[in-house]
Design a protein around this ligand. Structure first.
Ligand SMILES: [Zn+2]
Length: 354
């Protein structure tokens, strides 16, 4: 039994090593030469295996937030990148105590050994993880309930999680890690996203702010929305939205949505060339995140989709409260958020909002 377990662990590690070797070969960098390699990555990243467990992300995020106003602020992406380098990308080895050691080194020495002697690997993880998580934390203002005036709102300054769960607060869902599972509609392929099972009509919120790039029917995704982050690096895909009324009334192609805004409603449309057909058996949101380091990765064989299961668990800590407008039957978020980067974009492009 132990031998089998060891074999599985070893083969997992072997896969990571092979993958990294292939990646470095594509960059024409030596695999076994961590001292001589000092160049930084110039070619765009070709692939990302996002396997950081929720527990590690949550702990690193809290360390970052709690130390933000201290003399030695910690960067959660730095912590996670050092650990990924130490593990050779195999997060199955993760132990909370390992992160404590990294934090101790960063605090006492100003850096961890990997940032010097495995710089090329460290830089790879830092770039890859920044592409995924780089806009999740930040300074922002947000509306909160005013304790002194019940029913009123007040605005507070905050540093913390500013990306939202795709499922509005108070609405149930269940999920498991189904990334890479086989799908057979149309052609045999891997599931490049994450399914969240919930009730039809559940309000779906934008995880991050961005521009609506695709809106309408797609034979696989049914009624779907594609939203590109403002820095262009992330493409969020929300699919199988509700029959007849899939989208929020304010949604429009080319327009900006803010993080946490209601964009549509959960349904079971798709798997049909004919629009507005519900060919699913289980109502769910298909949520996907694509990374784009280079325009050649936007569409086709070079697309990079990551497993967002652990990310959805993290985002569960920030869910949008919504209210239903009885006249229009639309849901609206109750508490707005003001992200300086997003507000600056709106200021510069006033026509991007209705
Ligand atoms: Zn799916």
């Amino acid at each position: 039994m132990m031998a089998l377990k060891k074999k599985i662990l070893r083969s997992g590690l072997a896969v990571s090593v092979i993958w990294l070797a292939l990646y470095l070969t594509s960059l024409q960098l030596p695999l076994q030469n961590s001292v001589a390699v000092s160049s930084s990555l110039t070619d765009p990243i070709q692939w990302v295996d996002f396997t950081i467990p929720y527990e590690a992300m949550k702990k690193a995020m809290d360390l970052d937030i709690d130390s933000h106003d201290s003399e030695q602020p910690l960067d959660w992406i730095e912590i996670l990148s050092v650990l990924a380098t130490r593990y050779g990308g195999n997060w199955n080895q993760y132990k909370s105590g390992d992160m404590d050691k990294v934090v101790q080194q960063l605090t006492e020495d100003g850096s961890a050994p990997e940032q010097e002697h495995s710089k090329v690997y460290y830089d790879y993880y830092y770039q890859a993880y920044t592409a995924v998580l780089g806009e999740f934390l930040g300074e922002h203002q947000r509306e909160i309930p005013d304790k002194l005036n019940p029913g009123e709102k007040t605005v507070t300054e905050k540093y913390g999680l500013k990306a939202y769960s795709p499922i509005a607060d108070g609405f149930g869902y269940n999920h498991y890690d189904d990334f890479g599972n086989s799908r057979s509609y149309g052609y045999t392929r891997n599931h490049l996203g994450h399914d969240l099972m919930g009730a039809i009509g559940t309000p779906i919120c934008a995880v991050e702010a961005g521009i609506v790039e695709h809106l309408g029917w797609n034979q696989y995704g049914g009624w779907r929305v594609g939203i590109r982050s403002l820095d262009g690096t992330r493409y969020y895909y929300y699919a199988h939205l509700r029959k007849d009324r899939p989208y929020h009334i304010n949604l429009e192609e080319g327009h900006l949505v803010k993080a946490g805004e209601v964009i549509g409603y959960l349904g079971m449309t798709g798997y049909s060339t004919q629009p507005n057909v519900s060919n699913m058996t289980v109502p769910h949101l298909h949520f996907g995140m694509q990374l784009i380091f280079d325009p050649s990765q936007e569409e086709g064989g070079k697309e990079i989709w990551i497993d967002v299961y652990e990310i959805v668990k993290l985002l569960n800590h920030n869910r949008a409260t919504v209210d239903r407008d009885e006249e229009s039957k639309e849901y609206y978020r109750r508490y707005d958020i003001f992200d300086p980067k997003v507000e600056a974009y709106i200021q510069a492009n006033p026509l991007c909002r209705k």
